[in-house]
Design a protein around this ligand. Structure first.
Ligand code: DGL
Length: 253
């Protein structure tokens, strides 16, 4: 019988954002073979139609699942538009997705004002609207698309004066400063320093560690974890190989 425990885990994002998730998975699952793919040639996904994103995610997801025992959609946009379809097509295969971390952000403070930054594609999904509605009972929630932030991170400028300036303009119309920010796009943790410079020392919530923990749980439940003697490895791939130096820099800051 084919030993699936030794097969790799694939992680997928539109580009560099999922590297933050990869870092958490490396920490938590050091014995696993990890294969990362960033579709940087087609990024940003968030500015594409839901149909286009879905086609790209299904194409790459199916390709990656030919060899992988599990798939991490390390991209909120890909999860929002295509996770359900992929799970239908691959029942029984662990497919882990990302969701904006509104729950911990809202529950950690009393009636907070929470800013959710994500892609337009994520925010326009029915799934997100329902999530926002659920937490609006206990919080003021402002949801703002930040496409420029994806581009700045993809260009390697997530922590730069340009990013500070972009955020200042983007957030100029907020009625008051938020108490917390939900990073609903995996690119945005790479702009954490800029967000703190612009918004002060407030909590930033992202789902990378939660996704890694969920992956570990599901692999254990299904008996798919790498055996105890295994030595882990990581392979980085990109549809535009010019992105690989950036991926490496973000992986080993
Ligand atoms: N990193 C992705 C996300 O989490 C998408 C960014 C993009 O390509 O627009 O939503």
């Amino acid at each position: 019988m084919n030993d699936r425990t030794a097969a790799p885990i694939a992680l997928f994002d539109s580009g560099a954002g999922g590297i933050g998730v990869l870092r958490e998975v490396q920490k938590l699952l050091p014995r696993e073979q990890l294969v990362y793919f960033g579709d940087s040639r087609n990024a940003p996904y968030g500015e594409r139609s839901a149909q286009e994103v879905k086609e790209l995610v299904l194409f790459h997801g199916e390709r990656l699942l030919k060899n992988a025992k599990a798939l991490v959609l390390a991209c909120n946009t890909a999860t929002a538009v295509a996770a359900a379809t992929l799970r239908q097509r691959y029942p029984g295969v662990p497919i882990i997705g990302m969701e904006p971390a509104l729950r911990p952000a809202v529950h950690s403070l009393k009636n907070p004002k929470v800013l959710v930054l994500a892609t337009a594609a994520t925010l326009s999904q029915e799934k997100y609207r329902l999530l926002q509605k659920k937490y609006e009972k206990n919080a003021t929630v402002w949801s703002i698309p930040a496409p420029g932030l994806v581009r700045l991170v993809e260009a390697g400028h997530g922590d730069s004066p340009q990013t500070d300036a972009y955020l200042r303009t983007l957030l100029a119309d907020l009625p008051t400063p938020p108490d917390a920010v939900v990073l609903g796009c995996t690119h945005f943790p790479f702009a954490a320093n800029a967000l703190h410079r612009v918004l002060g020392d407030i909590p930033l919530w992202d789902g990378a560690a939660g996704a890694a923990a969920q992956l570990k749980r599901v692999l254990e439940q299904k008996g798919l974890s790498a055996s105890t003697g295994a030595v882990g490895s990581t392979v980085l791939n990109a549809s535009d190989p010019r992105s690989l130096p950036l991926f490496l820099r973000l992986l080993h800051p």
